[in-house]
Each structure stands twice: as structure tokens, then as C-alpha cells.
Design a binder for this molecule. Sequence first.
Ligand SMILES: Cc1cc2nc3c(=O)[nH]c(=O)nc-3n(C[C@H](O)[C@H](O)[C@H](O)COP(=O)(O)OP(=O)(O)OC[C@H]3O[C@@H](n4cnc5c(N)ncnc54)[C@H](O)[C@@H]3O)c2cc1C
Length: 460
Amino acid sequence: MEGAMSDLTRRLTEVLPGNVLTGGQISDDYAHDEALTAVAVRPFAVVRPGNAGEIASVLAIAAELGVPVTARGAGTGLAGACIPAANGIVLSLERMNRILEIDTDNHVAVVQAGVTLSQLDEALAPFGLVYPVYPGENSATIGGNVATNAGGMRAVKYGVTRHHVLGLEAVLGTGEIIRTGGRFVKSTTGYDLTQLIAGSEGTLAVVTEAILKLCPRPKFSTTVLAPFASLAEVSSAVPGIVRSGINPVILEYVDSTGLNRITANVGLDLGIPDHVQTAATAYLIVVVEQHIEGRLDEDVERLAEQLVNLGALDVYVLPLHSSASLFEAREKAFWVLKEMGVDDIVDVVVPRASVPEYLERVRAISERQETRIGAVGHAGDGNVHLSVFQPDAGKRHEVMRAILREGIALGGAISAEHGIGREKKAYFLEFEDPAKLALMRRIKTAFDPQGILNPGTLLG
Ligand SMILES: Cc1cc2nc3c(=O)[nH]c(=O)nc-3n(C[C@H](O)[C@H](O)[C@H](O)COP(=O)(O)OP(=O)(O)OC[C@H]3O[C@@H](n4cnc5c(N)ncnc54)[C@H](O)[C@@H]3O)c2cc1C
């Protein structure tokens, strides 16, 4: 065994001199992501390739020796999907962080997989362009976003990562390098391999490069906050707002406890009078954006009228600085929950109009199982984020099963955006159609015949 491992180290070092870490050289960061319950695992080796050719060589060696390989972006995932195998290799994309081209005529960016969201946004701003997918953690990489099909707050208007990935360069489990798609939105030319790889959580291929669709960067935006007497009223209002044609870029809900916690965390006073705060149990946060200022004012007026008609207790147009602080606070919600001792989080998606029914069923589970469950979420796209406070692992498992089953029963899915990873794998394998699981396994074998890519995640 020891001989085999030193043979592996030698061969990896031949391909990547100076970029192979083993033993004490490996920092704890490579052993985990931000998932709450997944157990950290230290890999045998970490490799830091600089191009697709080097990745192909690493994967060819791993396939020959049967060694597991886990691709890693920034490790911000919430499902334990980049946790490696103990005898395996972490393939870190940290050195592949170049923006290769911003093509302003075709509105695309071509980037290496290790480019972060904040890096890309900074580079696009001077061109008046934006990559509009907005998962709350800007240190995440494009490769990680593609592999998890990351979503976030702007999905109600712009969709999720897969809607903005036009093409990929990727390395298969065999070491073969493929290119998919291109700088166009239309193609009916065989199976859509780009979309198969998107959301595959590093189990089909290592993404090395992505062609991303960009949008014009809106110049004006306004944030509106609407308190409601109940969470059910908030979520019932959502389909009406979507139908109105105002096309909000963000449509989020948060219960009043959640709003109080996240705003207190950044010392933000939203100026809501005490009597309204007392009557409100939940809030809707709506952001509209426009390229022309006058049109924005019209949209905000129509939106405010509509919110009142839909039962809002009042409507507050937030000043720019409060809006920025509110979103800064919202992005930190995960860390606030962690400080509060949350035991697990859920990112179920249900059809938008079923959110009120779903929340009612979750409330019943919470009462029956004597478990505190908080709610915030991307109301506009039916993505419900629940925080489960239940320290007893056995009881928590039952609560989680019940929550996920109710989502599926309403025509939804277990994960909207965080992925299955290691954390939700047992639930996924229990609830998914066996015929679909068998097909997924056959697809996995076609991309990765030796089964070296991220075993332990999703199907493994
Ligand atoms: C505070 C906070 C808020 C968040 N908010 C959101 C949110 O609103 N919406 C949302 O969708 N997510 C959210 N996330 C989750 C996380 O940011 C996303 O899952 C992100 O896409 C992970 O990117 P990463 O680079 O950190 O990937 P990692 O965590 O490193 O890896 C995630 C998965 O992608 C695979 N992978 C990484 N790079 C590659 C590659 N080049 N090729 C193939 N596979 C690869 C890994 O093997 C693993 O399976 C949040 C996380 C945090 C900590």
C-alpha cells in the first residue's frame, strides 16, 4: 500500500513539479466545505494544476491506479460535495484563475474554472456588462458554480448558472479533453453535454473553462420592503407580483425573527415603526431594476400599489445605503444561523404557487416533532430555505425526511441549488426513481469508466 502511494506521489510530481502537496503540507481547508453535518476528510494528496493538459495527465494516472479525485473550487459548497476520499486526490482549481476574454460583441466571457464571482464582476463592470447569476457567496468559483448549478437571489429574473453557461472545456475521467457548446445560444447538434455536466457535482468531468452569457448591467435599482401579517400571505402574494410584468430581479421572503437577527447582526435599522413590526410576522423584499430611471419610478409605484392590494401592512422604499446593508446582511444569514447553533439547512424547491401549502406542512412537522424550523427563501422561484434546530441526530433525520418528502409530494425537488453532495445523498437515493438512478449510473460510467471522479458524492 505504502509503495503504491509513493508511486502515486512520484508520478503526480513528474506531471506537476512543485504543485503536489502531501502529509503535513495539506492544510485542513482541503478537507471540508461549509456543509453543517458532513464529516471532514483529509486527502492523500492535493494537486494544483495550471491547465487542462495537466489535469488530463493527473486523471489518466488516477484512472490507471484507481485513485479517487475530487475537484475543488473555493470550498464554499453547502452539501459536502468537495469532501475528498481519504486515499484520494483533491484537484484544486486555485491556479486556474484567469479571465481569458470579455467578448463585448457576442456578450460572453471566457473564463478559467478557478475565476471567482467577485473577480468576474469587477472585470465586467467597466464594460457595462454583468454575469447576473448571484449565489450569495462571491468567493465561489465559476467551476464550482457550474458543478452545483448555483442559483441565488436573482434566479427569478435571470435563471440559474445552467442558463448562462454556453459552453465548457472539461476533462473526462479517462483523461480526454472535450469542448462543448460555443458563443451562441442555439444548437441542436447531438446531446447537450454542457447541460449534463452542469449540476453534476464533479462526478462526470472536471470543468477547466467556461463560456458565460452576459447581460447589460442595469444602471438603476430600488429595493422595496413589505411587511405582512403572516408568512402564508407573503408567499401567496408572490405569484401576483410575478404575473404583473414588473419582472423583479429579487423576490425574497424572510420571517420577522430572521429579519431581526440578520439586521441586528450588521446594526441596521430599517425604520419600520414599532406597531408595524409588532403586527408583522414576515416580510417580502423586492428589488426592481431598469436601464432608464423614469421607468424605474413607474415600476416602483405599480409594485407598491400591488403589494398593498395583496395584503401588505405597509410598503417601504429603502434608501440606497439601507438596501446595500440589507443585502450584505442577507448574504451573511448563513453565518448568523451557524452562530445561533442551527443543526441542518434545507433548500427544497416547490412550484412557486405551492410555497404557502409547503410552509403550512412544514409548520405542522415543526409542531409534531417539537423542532424549531426557521424560513427564509427565494420566494420568486419557489426555493425554500429552512433552518432546522434539532440537536438529536435521530430525530433530526426524521424531521429532514418529512420536510423533503413533503417537498417532493408537492411536485418539488430535494435541492434547488446547494446540491446533493454527501449530506443529502441518503435522502436522494431513498426518494429518487430507481429507473432514473440506474440511468444516471450508466451516464456516470460513460464519462468516468473507472469511477474515480468524486466518489462519495451524489450516487457513490
Ligand atoms: C454564505 C454562503 C451563501 C451561499 N449562498 C448560496 C446561494 O444563494 N445559492 C447557491 O446556489 N449557493 C450558495 N452557496 C453555496 C456555494 O457558494 C455554491 O455551491 C458554489 O457554487 C460553490 O462553489 P465553490 O467554488 O466554492 O465550489 P466547491 O465548494 O469547491 O465545490 C462544490 C462542488 O463543485 C465541484 N467542483 C468545483 N470545481 C469544479 C470544477 N472545476 N470541475 C468540476 N467540479 C467542480 C466539487 O467537486 C463539488 O462537488 C452559499 C455558500 C455560502 C458559504
